[in-house]
Design a protein around this ligand. Structure first.
Ligand code: CA
Length: 238
């Protein structure tokens, strides 16, 4: 029997465009915790306890992201993920108590965008949800960005310099998006780390320097990303 989905709106406190999060979690304490953190941050939340309900609710609400438990009654999280992917490209974050690598790989193979092992800090989960939403936002608003002779296709995740395609890694691409979205504005290493990596990365801000170095080399436009001493980096027009 299907239990009733619980929809939570946060009324006037809700930020415009924060979107609806679909939580699929059968454990009451965990579901309630995720829901309270997300709704406090302005997200509308629809919480269901099974995959079968998730597939029903997915089409009934403007869902921007799915937080999906793997161990569910009935259809498991992997199968739910597969079925969602068959009909939608909505971002999916998988949450599981089984933190072994094979599960992680399986989760990503069935089309999940990110993975959070239990026990997790709700703050970290919210940070990942936000990071994924941020990455998916510009794709809707403005699929093509350009700066000088660099053209970036957000949906196709392709970059061309002077009409020639350039191969970037996922993080190099995400970093370039952050910089190109804010031309002329200095972004600190912490900001770039947060936006491109989405969570506190164990490698620290040095990672940003390494990736900026790679970007300069691959794009062949070393002047595009300027180092601002003591502050961070900014994208400049030429
Ligand atoms: Ca569970």
């Amino acid at each position: 029997m299907l239990s009733q989905a619980v929809a939570v709106g946060t009324g006037g406190g809700r930020r415009a465009g924060a979107g609806t999060v679909l939580i699929v979690e059968d454990e009451h304490s965990i579901g309630a915790l995720i829901r309270s953190y997300l709704s406090r941050d302005g997200y509308g939340v629809v919480w269901v306890r099974s995959g079968e309900e998730a597939l029903i609710e997915l089409v009934r609400h403007p869902v921007r992201i799915v937080v999906l438990d793997i161990g569910l009654p009935g259809m498991d999280g992997f199968e739910v993920c597969r079925q969602i992917r068959a009909r939608s490209s909505v971002p999916i974050v998988m949450v599981t108590a089984r933190d072994e690598e094979p599960d992680r790989v399986a989760g990503l193979e069935v089309g999940a965008d990110d993975y959070v092992p239990k026990p997790f800090s709700p703050r970290e989960l919210v940070a990942r949800v936000k990071a994924i939403l941020r990455r998916s936002e510009p794709a809707i608003a403005e699929p093509i960005m350009s700066l000088g002779d660099i053209v970036l296709d957000l949906q196709g995740r392709e970059v061309a310099v002077g009409g020639e395609p350039v191969e970037l890694t996922t993080k190099e691409f995400d970093l370039l998006v952050c910089l190109m979205e804010n031309p002329g504005i200095v972004l600190s290493r912490d900001t770039l780390l947060d936006r491109a990596w989405g969570t506190t990365y164990p490698g620290g801000t040095r990672t940003v320097d390494v990736h900026v170095g790679q970007l300069r080399k691959k794009l062949g436009r070393p002047a595009l990303i300027r180092t601002v001493r003591g502050a961070g980096y900014k994208a400049v027009k030429s």
